[in-house]
Design a protein around this ligand. Structure first.
Ligand code: HEC
Length: 133
């Protein structure tokens, strides 16, 4: 009898873990968007990505089949489709990734570069919300 309860407990734990792994986004971790309205890829965003992302998402490597070294490449997305949703930075997986809003999906990955600052993420958000120009 005790053994049955034990097994039931294991099942419930297993199911909870499975349902949690479906990319739960912790929106509290996403910093607010900058209020700037003149953010552009070339001027503001590319330098951030160049420092933090190009080595894995540029000419040499395309981890997750994603490049972030040109506007066209970012709009194309990666192996799981679009990474930015224009006008909806809070729903953009790239923003989730750099904010660490999804467990175990921080970009740059742990130990592979400094995390982006709140200001940098705020700029990326303002850029996406303003049309990703
Ligand atoms: C050290 C290498 C490395 C760096 C640096 C890095 N990434 Fe990644 N990235 C990966 C890997 C590997 C994946 C594939 C998914 C995984 O295994 O986590 C990935 C996947 C992604 C994805 C998901 C693509 C998809 O369609 O599934 C996004 C978005 C992303 N990275 C954005 C960024 C951004 C933005 C930066 C810079 C701020 C960055 N990454 C820096 C290694 C890196």
């Amino acid at each position: 009898m005790l053994k049955n309860y034990y097994l039931l407990g294991l099942c419930v734990t297993g199911l909870t873990l499975v349902s949690m792994s479906a990319a739960d986004v912790d929106t509290k971790k996403i910093p607010p968007a900058s209020t700037r309205t003149d953010v552009t890829f070339d001027k503001d965003i590319k330098p951030i990505f160049e420092k933090a992302c190009f080595k894995c998402h540029g000419t040499e490597k395309q981890k997750g089949k994603l490049r972030v070294d040109s506007l066209a490449a970012i709009k194309k997305g990666g192996e799981n489709g679009e990474v930015i949703l224009i006008g909806k930075s809070d729903k953009s997986s790239l923003v989730h990734a750099v904010s660490g809003a999804v467990e175990d999906e921080l970009m740059p990955p742990d130990g592979k570069g400094d995390p982006l600052t709140k200001d940098q993420i705020g700029l990326i958000r303002a850029w996406i919300d303003g049309g990703a120009k």
